[in-house]
Design a protein around this ligand. Structure first.
Ligand code: G16
Length: 543
């Protein structure tokens, strides 16, 4: 088949963010845009000649066509073998699992995660390395550098590979193996969890709703929860993936998973509810009339993970991103294990997991995972919760109450100001950064600032330093206010304000979170001058 070397030139806007490159779909579909980024990725990782790659995505609009382009480019760049999920489908954790279990050299995951999909929405592409995790900062830098000086890309002219059917196909001298996207993932989950105990739970009449949000976890959840664990049909809702996620926003939080929240807060609510996002790495947990914040979910899982067979010997340590509440720190301290604080982005957990320093990791952005893969894993979190519920026989609400009574409760909320004019967003952050040094000791809205800094991370494994990772203020009574710009948006800038307040008085553990946080919220808005500097008098999303 003819190979082509296409002359090209750098294209603006190919700087990867928190999790690969995310852009409007229409931008990815522009001539040469995808091809340039794929070639820059191949070059940035030192070429793909002779290598094995895992390729798959969340099934969003353009997923299938982009995979054909990537396959033709991998063949032209002399890759040896590509493993592709049937229909082009692989959840992000399933892709990570395959890279590891098949000993692949890396993988390309096509997804914009929780962002909406469709011709007018978002698309994304990221490279994961041989450990199955997102590209490290240094690899990301090399890929970006290549986007800046690229001169040509290589592609072969060929018919589409039949990725609709399992089998092995040739593309030039490269082989393409189209596999069942679910089987290897099920095997991994069976090793970690007590499936018999969870089966018995459902057999006793335990009720659950899993909202797949029309996204990639639908087929995985139908197979595991209903077919294998015996939950009744109908347990999984919105379980058929669609290219535009049913026109929805596949972000598992109380705002976007409202359908599930309504079910879980109804009079006849099921015992347990959960949701996952576009590519299956995020999760939301909700009990009957009891929403669990991602930070609290991490803390609960740290406290109880030993009840699942995969973690019966306890945890080596735990890690959380800086804006995630410090609930997990208190549990870790009580267990006598280390708790690491990393910048936002799953890639920062990779070294800790590889080095055996952390077993569980989690983020406020609805990600939890463990050392079984190098991505956060939505269904894994749901199965660990189910294992704990089956083992303890307690309700979600009772488990949370016990956690708070034992360790105190961190009230927590995140305010998102979306699509803010980038100049204004940067000006606000810069102005706050400039006054950080003067804040300790000052009083804002009656609260005293104890510490103020810009978070920087020294990786304890490889010694690398990551700076500019968010502005944080510790304010009296163990409260925090954190400000950072999102790295996953595709329009303007998104400002995130994270608020937390510790409460240890056992009589004050059931307040409405926004009431418990009203003082710290007022102080955060005052110190940042956010309303005046951005022209926004209210956040777009409060979770
Ligand atoms: C990605 C990363 C997460 C990170 C999140 C932060 O999530 O994988 O580790 O917490 O971005 O997003 P932002 O920069 O917008 O706050 P995902 O699920 O979008 O891949």
């Amino acid at each position: 088949m003819p190979m082509q070397t296409v002359r090209t030139h750098p294209i603006d806007g190919q700087k990867p963010g928190t999790s690969g490159l995310r852009k409007k779909t229409a931008i990815f579909m522009r001539p040469h845009f995808l091809e340039n980024y794929v070639q820059a990725t191949f070059d940035g990782i030192g070429g793909v000649a002779g290598k094995t790659l895992v390729i798959g995505g969340d099934g969003r609009y353009f997923n299938d066509r982009a995979i054909q382009v990537i396959l033709r480019m991998a063949a032209a760049n002399e890759a040896a073998h590509c493993i592709v999920g049937q229909g082009g489908i692989l959840s992000t954790p399933a892709a990570s699992n395959l890279i590891r279990t098949r000993g692949a050299d890396g993988g390309l995951i096509l997804s914009a995660s929780h962002n909406p999909g469709g011709p007018d929405a978002d698309f994304g592409l990221k490279y994961n390395g041989p450990n199955g995790g997102p590209a490290t900062e240094s690899v990301t830098d090399k890929i970006y550098e290549r986007t800046q000086n690229i001169e040509c890309y290589r592609i072969c002219a060929a018919q589409d590979v039949n990725i609709a059917d399992q089998g092995t196909y040739d593309l030039n001298s490269m082989s393409v193996e189209v596999i069942d996207p679910i089987a290897a993932y099920v095997t991994a989950m069976e090793k970690l969890f007590d499936f018999d105990k969870i089966k018995a739970l459902f057999a006793r009449g335990f009720t659950m709703r899993f909202d797949a949000m029309h996204a990639v976890t639908g087929p995985y959840a139908h197979a595991i929860l209903e077919d294998i664990l015996g939950a009744p049909k109908g347990t999984v809702i919105n379980g058929t993936p669609s290219p535009d996620f049913g026109g929805g926003h596949p972000d598992p939080n109380p705002i976007w998973a409202k359908e599930l929240m309504d079910i879980m807060y109804a009079d006849n609510a099921p015992d347990f509810g959960a949701a996952s996002d576009g590519d299956g790495d995020r999760n939301m947990i909700v009990g009957r009339h009891a929403y669990v914040t991602p930070s609290d979910s991490l803390a609960l899982l740290v406290a109880k993970a030993h009840l699942a067979p995969g973690y019966k010997d306890g945890l080596a340590g735990v890690a959380r991103s800086m804006p995630t509440s410090r609930a997990a720190d208190r549990v870790a301290a009580s267990l006598g294990i280390d708790c690491y604080e990393t910048p936002t982005g799953w890639k920062f957990f990779g070294n800790l997991l590889d080095a055996g320093k952390a077993t569980l990791c989690g983020e406020e952005s609805a990600g939890t995972g463990s050392d079984h893969v190098r991505e956060k894993d939505g269904l894994w979190a749901v199965l660990l919760w189910l294992n704990i519920l089956a083992d303890t026989g307690q309700s979600v609400a009772a488990l949370m109450e016990e956690l708070w009574q034992t360790h105190g409760r961190y009230y927590y909320s995140r305010l998102d100001y979306e699509d803010v004019d980038s100049d204004k967003a940067n000006a606000m952050i810069n102005a706050l950064r400039d006054k950080l040094a003067d804040l300790p000791g000052t009083t804002i809205k009656g609260l005293t600032v104890e510490m103020a800094d810009e978070f920087a991370y020294d990786d304890p494994v490889d010694g690398s330093r990551s700076t500019n990772q968010g502005l944080r203020l510790i304010i009296d009574n163990d409260a925090r206010a954190i400000f950072r710009l999102s790295g996953t948006g595709t329009a303007g800038s998104t400002i995130r304000v994270y608020l937390e307040q510790l409460e240890t008085d056992p009589t004050k553990l059931d307040l409405p979170p926004q009431d418990a946080l009203s003082d710290i919220r007022a102080a955060a808005l005052e110190v940042s001058d956010l309303v005046a500097m951005t022209g926004r008098d209210a956040p777009d999303v409060i979770t």
